[in-house]
Design a protein around this ligand. Structure first.
Ligand code: C2E
Ligand code: MG
Ligand code: MG
Length: 715
């Protein structure tokens, strides 16, 4: 666990503060929606890279091979991804808001896709179609329209879900409809009213003389700059606004493109400087010295990630972002981490490029680096771009200095983000562990199907679990079972352990139910059986005789009709006989009294393998099993042992079970024996085989071997 949470001077209190801010539901929903659009963003970013890869040889090669229109492929992919990002985002915001709503109002839950579609249509209602061709204007459905998409998404889904919560549309039905039908019909009115509201707003806009809401926002952003001139103040204001827009999810660089052309094109800059002479603030100046890796200084941010994680995994998103960042494409990191709308990053995200504007300007004013000599394509990687723009090595040095400075600014914030993420993860993991301890009592619960953090963590763990055997992360420990009359170890129980590479040991109470849920328990079961047979053989060869090794089999494994055959093959492979082994049926869901389980257990018994019923006396076990199944041992559950010394009823129950076992010739073992008083009492009630911490916890094989040779004291 600790390895996930980096060292930081940041106190618990601060982490809690940032955790609270960064998980404010609406911010989190918008961020998550952008993250959900990640595959789309990545595809688009690479399409941009394919078309703009800044190597002359590459461009020529592509042209020669695929003809003049070689950028068509990248163009189409861009057209289907980044160019429609606003549509993707608004849909996913509706979806996210709905999932959040469903988690709080389970009784009136609604299909999230419906909310997504209502949001999408609400946004489309605001679009001003191109009049001549009556088509959707491409310019506003992409990154340019993201800001309005976010606002429209939040507003429309809030209205829709509010109305939905108040609807009584279920009464349409006299019979029970399918859940999709129910969702669709119940959404009829709320959905239509929401979209009508957007339509009414748009109509009102039209009559008030502002038909195009997108253009209006765009003009509002750009107008103040016009007439500001090409100087440090305008460059700083420009930088501030660009970053702020990016932070809100608007493509700041694109939104301010007219300002860039008006104020900072090379010719405008030359004119401002009186013609001829070079001027500091040009598009190339910003691209090469200020926003290396793209707006937000992705290169500095990535370097800060590497440093903050000190050799730990920097995370998949950061890894995927390296290549686009080299070519100054920042979407992957901004939306993937995500930086956008993440309050932790607002300060460095805005301050870094502004500071780098000042340092670069100062260095140029001092004559240490030449102002833009040659315009450089924005996708040219750092160092090369500085070299070309300044006509020498000095530009590259300025870039190195600026990246380092940006890294220093980002570093503390990356550490805070890491710490907040670690703390969030830790609390989810703790919660999951807590749930896992109650799973048996609740007859097992669906963990991976859950739509919350617990569900996603469970799914991550399941993915790791599937690889645990191949990665040799599973191993067995053995807990002795002792006859209290002579202290002899009669047997050992093999208990499986999972050493996760990042989270350390994960208790079987968590991963066994997960394995059962995803159908991986058969493979784990077979692995356990093989490994304990191998160990038993090793002990036998080392001269240890008469010890029976028990292995646990989940009820789910009993659904495999080939199980007896498989066990037989394993015994033969490792040269053990059935008498050396015992099978414990651990049940979280309950043995069914159907014939299937019965026949299978009979087959196993006929092989000569003894069967124990685990955790007898709790939850699902019942005395009927003794009649129905060919059992040779009962393991009293810990809950009975725990209060055996204090509860008269418990001791009466145990006494009855003990009596029954004697008459049916079934061995009785008490688990969880922790105190001498419990041992005494159990012995008096006729139970003499114990397993528990009073004697020994589960031990690694070598330590267990020592115990097997020594035995224990008697009672
Ligand atoms: P179980 O089969 O009833 O195993 C006994 C559990 O009680 C073990 O926990 C053991 O470490 C713990 N224990 C033993 N003595 C004491 C004691 O004196 N006090 C307390 N408080 N605990 C004690 P563990 O290893 O965490 O296993 C939990 C459960 O996970 C097992 O319960 C079993 O249901 C399941 N499990 C473990 N290994 C396997 C396996 O290989 N296959 C399957 N299907 N299930 C397994
Ligand atoms: Mg057991
Ligand atoms: Mg047990």
């Amino acid at each position: 666990m600790n390895r996930l949470v980096p060292d930081s001077r940041f106190g618990e209190k601060n982490t809690a503060f940032w955790m609270k801010i960064s998980s404010s539901p609406h911010l989190a929903i918008v961020r998550d929606s952008l993250t959900l659009a990640f595959p789309v963003i990545i595809a688009g970013a690479f399409a941009v890279l394919i078309n703009n890869f800044p190597v002359a040889g590459y461009q020529e090669f592509m042209k020669d091979t695929f003809g003049d229109q070689w950028t068509m492929f990248g163009g189409y992919v861009w057209g289907g991804t980044l160019a429609v990002l606003a549509l993707v985002t608004v849909t996913s915001i509706g979806y996210g808001m709905c999932t959040y709503y469903n988690s709080r109002h389970r009784l009136t839950s609604v299909h999230p896709l419906i909310a997504g579609l209502v949001s999408l249509c609400s946004l489309m209602t605001l679009m001003e179609p191109s009049l001549e061709i009556f088509a959707i204007p491409y310019s506003w459905v992409g990154i340019h329209g993201l800001f309005l998409a976010i606002i429209a998404g939040l507003l429309s889904s809030s209205v829709f879900l509010w109305l939905y919560g108040r609807g009584r549309t279920f009464r349409f039905f006299t019979e029970i409809p399918s859940s999709i039908m129910l969702s669709a019909f119940s959404s009829l009115l709320p959905g239509a009213v929401t979209i009508f509201m957007f339509g009414a707003f748009k109509t009102a806009m039209h009559y008030s003389g502002y038909p195009d809401i997108h253009k209006l926002t765009y003009d509002l952003i750009c107008t103040p700059f016009i007439g500001m001139g090409n100087n440090l103040t305008s460059a700083l204001v420009f930088g501030f606004v660009r970053q702020f827009l990016w932070f809100l999810g608007i493509h700041g660089s694109n939104a301010l493109e007219p300002v860039m052309t008006e104020l900072y094109s090379t010719s405008a800059a030359s004119l401002a400087a009186g013609g001829g002479t070079q001027f500091a603030f040009t598009k190339t100046f910003f691209d090469s010295y200020v926003t290396m890796g793209g707006a937000g200084n992705t290169l500095s941010l990535l370097t800060a990630f590497f440093i903050a994680r000190k050799g730990r995994d920097i995370g998949t998103v950061a890894k995927i972002s390296i290549l686009p960042a080299i070519f100054n494409i920042n979407e992957t990191l901004l939306f993937g981490i995500p930086i956008v709308l993440n309050p932790i990053f607002i300060i460095p995200f805005i301050i870094t490029p502004m500071l780098l504007t000042v340092t670069s300007y100062a260095v140029m004013s001092a004559g240490l680096v030449s102002a833009t000599l040659t315009e450089v394509t924005w996708t040219t990687p750092a160092l090369v771009s500085g070299w070309v723009a300044s006509g020498g090595v000095s530009g590259a040095f300025l870039q190195i200095f600026n990246i380092a400075l940006g890294t220093v600014i980002y570093l503390p914030f990356v550490k805070i983000a890491d710490k907040v993420q670690g703390a969030k993860f830790e609390s989810t993991f703790k919660e999951l562990l807590k749930i896992s301890y109650t799973l048996e009592d609740n007859g097992g619960a669906a963990l991976i199907a859950r739509d919350d953090d617990i569900g996603s963590l469970s799914r991550v763990l399941c993915n790791d679990l599937l690889r645990s055997i191949a990665k040799k992360q599973l191993f067995l420990e053995y807990q002795p079972q002792v006859d209290c009359r002579d202290g002899r170890v009669l047997g050992v129980e093999a208990l499986v352990r999972w050493q996760h590479d990042k989270l350390g040991r994960i208790p079987p109470s968590l991963f066994i139910p997960l394995a059962e849920e995803i159908g991986f328990i058969d493979e784990i079961g077979i692995w356990v059986c093989e490994d304990c047979c191998r160990q038993t053989k090793e002990w036998k060869e080392a001269g240890i005789e008469g010890v029976v090794t028990s292995f646990n089999v989940s009820v789910k494994q009993l659904e495999d009709p080939d199980l007896p055959e498989k066990i037989k093959d394993i015994f033969e492979k490792w040269g053990v006989v059935p008498a050396d082994m015992k099978m414990e049926v651990t049940e979280s869901t309950g043995l069914s009294s159907d014939m299937g389980h019965n026949i299978l257990l009979q087959d196993i018994r006929l092989m000569g393998l003894n069967i124990a019923i685990d955790d007898f006396g709790m939850g699902h076990t019942s005395l009927v099993y003794l009649k129905q199944f060919p059992v040779s041992m009962i393991k009293l559950d810990g809950s009975l042992v725990r209060d055996i010394t204090t509860s008269k009823i418990t001791s009466d129950i145990v006494s009855t079970i003990s009596e029954l076992c004697r008459s049916m010739d079934i061995e009785l073992l008490a688990e969880f024996v922790e105190t001498e008083a419990q041992a005494e009492k159990l012995k008096n009630l006729g139970c003499c085989i114990f397993q528990g911490y009073l004697y020994s916890p589960a031990l690694p094989p070598d330590k267990c071997e020592t115990v097997l040779r020594q035995g224990f004291r008697t009672y």
